[in-house]
Structures are given as structure tokens and as C-alpha cells.
Design a protein around this ligand. Structure first.
Ligand code: NAP
Length: 297
């Protein structure tokens, strides 16, 4: 079943919990509060939860278990596989039968299926629901949400996720959301490297890089990356956006999955190594467009 989010974002007020108030989770939880839901938040570093409550109202809980108790729906956005395993397992044990937990972190399909099993054992529904759109998408409520798991649970959670998702789509059974996000990251990795090579070439050729982008972005070379990252690459600005450390986590997940399913992803594997170079240069928290730095060092 594939369901597109309705443009009407209204839904009956619900009791929800949001676990993990990082770059993404903080604004996403804020959109749930603005949509009129009763939101309880949990963050490992309590000061962030207190700051969220000061900004949005609601309540801060001391543990995932406390936050999830009595919630109709629980959302989390944390880090990698081990983080999801720890936070989701604790929340699930406290949830009422029939409630839904949706994970917005980017993790492996394997851990999503594992959590689906843990949830089913507690008569709870687990959805893997990674997002695309970055910090700006989270702040503007314009994320793309790719969801795997039970179709009825998706139908119930989708109006809630529409508070921060412009497009909320059911992709198939457990793991299908994470697999879709892997395709997203494969499509980005090679493209960003090609863009860095183009911008570096323009500079070496003595061209006005900004003028080059103005011209070629009107033609077949146009992309989101070109529109949003080419000019900042030329200006040597990388202190924003999606961090190299997160991209390496995501590409590691992709390469593991490709080894399992037999997909051939040589460019993705190569670009992963280029990101390792950027990390070795100290660029762990730089934006993914910092591939340009490798070419201009
Ligand atoms: P972030 O700013 O580093 O925040 C991570 C959050 O998770 C923090 O609240 C952190 O708590 C919490 N956390 C991490 N491990 C935990 C654990 N073991 N137990 C409890 N809490 C834990 O990360 P982010 O940028 O929001 O990204 C979160 C997820 O979304 C990642 O999977 C990432 O790949 C994905 N994502 C990010 C973007 C983006 O542009 N940033 C875009 C799409 C997807 P503390 O405050 O205590 O550290």
C-alpha cells in the first residue's frame, strides 16, 4: 500500500512522546506540539528536554520508559543501531497494546526488523520511518518520511507524522523505509562527488565558478545538490548541513546491505572512502559537500 500524506495536517489531539531532541528531533517534536498534541519529551542530556519544554510546553520525562507510558504514539530520532535498540526497547516495554512507535533515525533494516519483533512480542507496532530533508526540512515541517511496517499502524501514525512531513509514504513491510533511505543516500553520494569534481575543475580551468553554476543549473546538470551546495563549495563553506560522520554511518549501512543483497555499488564504496579522507582531515562535523576540500587541499 502506498499512501501520500494529505495536505490537511489536522488530526484529533493525541498523547504522544518524542525521544531524542537533537538537530532533527527538537524541531520535529515542536511541530507535534504546534499541531495541538500533548507531547512528553525525553532527551539523554536533560538540559535539552528542559529547553524544549520552555519553548513548547508539554512535559519532560527522565527516561524513555516514563515518556512512553500511556502514549498513543511514540517517536524517536537518535543515532545508530545500538542507540535505537537501547531507546526503543525501553520505550516498548512501557507502551500499551496497540500503540505505535515510529523510529525516524537512519539505521539498518536489520535492527528495524529486530525492533519490529520486540514490539510484536509486546503487542505494539514498530514502524521504521527514516527522514530526508535535513535540519531545514525538520524546522520547516517539510521532511520526506519513508515508512516500513504494518499498514494499519502506518495509517494511524501518518496524520501525526504529517505535522513535520510534507510527504509521508508507506513503502512496504518492516525495513522497507530504511531500504528506501539507503537508495536515497546512494543517489546522493556519487552526485556530491561529481559536483565537487565539476566545481574544482571550473576553478582549475580559470572559469568564474558562480557563473558556470548559473548557466549549467538551467540545463541537464541541475540537481538539489547543485542548487544548494555548488556555490557554497566554491566559497569553501562547509560549516552547516548534514555531517560527514552521519554520512559515513549511512554509507556503512548501505554497503552492509549491498553485501547481503548482491547489489553492485562501486561508486558509493569509493565515495565512502573519500569521506574517510575528509574525516582524517578533521572534517567529521562538516557538511557532506566537504568532498570539495579533498580536491582543493
Ligand atoms: P544529533 O543532533 O546528534 O542528535 C542525536 C540525539 O539522539 C540527541 O538527542 C542524543 O542525546 C540522542 N541519542 C543518541 N544516542 C542515544 C542513546 N544511546 N540514548 C539516548 N539518546 C541518544 O543527531 P540528528 O542530526 O538529530 O540525527 C538523528 C538521526 O537522524 C540520525 O540517525 C541521523 O542519521 C538521522 N538524520 C539526520 C539528518 C540531519 O540532517 N541531521 C537528516 C536525516 C536523518 P544527547 O542530546 O544526550 O546527545
Amino acid at each position: 500500500m502506498t499512501t501520500q500524506a494529505p495536505t490537511d495536517r489536522s488530526t484529533a489531539p493525541r498523547k504522544v512522546a518524542f525521544l531524542g531532541l537533537g538537530t532533527m528531533g527538537f524541531p520535529m517534536a515542536g511541530h507535534l506540539a504546534k499541531a495541538g498534541h500533548t507531547v512528553t519529551v525525553y532527551n539523554r542530556t536533560a538540559a535539552k528536554a528542559d529547553a524544549w519544554v520552555a519553548a513548547h510546553g508539554g512535559r519532560a520525562a527522565a527516561t524513555p520508559e516514563e515518556a512512553a507510558t500511556g502514549a498513543d504514539a511514540v517517536f524517536l530520532c537518535v543515532g545508530g543501531d545500538d542507540d535505537v535498540r537501547a531507546v526503543a526497547t525501553e520505550a516498548i516495554t512501557a507502551m500499551a497494546p496497540g500503540a505505535v512507535i515510529a523510529d525516524h533515525s537512519t539505521v539498518s533494516a536489520a535492527v528495524s526488523r529486530e525492533m519490529d519483533g520486540v514490539a510484536r512480542a509486546h503487542k505494539v507496532f514498530f514502524l521504521d520511518a527514516p527522514v530526508s530533508g535535513g535540519q531545514a526540512g525538520a524546522e520547516n515541517g517539510a521532511l520526506t518520511v519513508m515508512v516500513g511496517g504494518d499498514a494499519d499502524a502506518f495509517a494511524r501514525a501518518q496524520p501525526l507524522m504529517a505535522a513535520y512531513g510534507r510527504s509521508v509514504v508507506h513503502m512496504g513491510p518492516s525495513g522497507a523505509g530504511q531500504l528506501t533511505k539507503m537508495v536515497n543516500q546512494i543517489c546522493i553520494a556519487g552526485l556530491v562527488q561529481a559536483l565537487a569534481e565539476g566545481m574544482s575543475f571550473a576553478q582549475k580551468a580559470g572559469l568564474d565558478g558562480h557563473k558556470v553554476v548559473d548557466v549549467i543549473s538551467k540545463g541537464a546538470a541541475q540537481s538539489w545538490q547543485m542548487d544548494n551546495r555548488a556555490r557554497t563549495m566554491l566559497d569553501g563553506r562547509f560549516d552547516f548541513g548534514f555531517a560527514v560522520d552521519w554520512m559515513r554511518k549511512d554509507l556503512g549501512i548501505v554497503l552492509d546491505e549491498a553485501r547481503r543483497n548482491g547489489a553492485t555499488v562501486p561508486v558509493t564504496a569509493l565515495v565512502d572512502q573519500f569521506y574517510a579522507d575528509v574525516q582524517a582531515m578533521g572534517g567529521n562535523r562538516l557538511d557532506t559537500s566537504s568532498l570539495m576540500k579533498r580536491l582543493t587541499r
